[in-house]
Design a binder for this molecule. Structure first.
Ligand SMILES: [Zn+2]
Length: 58
């Protein structure tokens, strides 16, 4: 399972860092919130490929 940050779109999210608040924290951009994108390995791999494709179009 991968947790994707909705702000910077990386998997820098460090899981639930507080059971009291149920929030997640991104170590990449510092995002803190209860919403993250959850992906299994297969979807994550496709996601990364799509990210690379969109970058190459720039
Ligand atoms: Zn982030």
């Amino acid at each position: 399972m991968h947790l994707i940050c909705p702000e910077c779109r990386t998997d820098g999210v460090t899981g639930s860092w507080s059971f009291l608040t149920g929030q997640y924290r991104c170590s990449n951009c510092g995002y803190v919130g209860s919403f993250v994108i959850e992906m299994d390995d297969e979807n994550y791999q496709k996601y990364r490929e799509e990210q690379q494709d969109s970058k190459s179009e720039d």
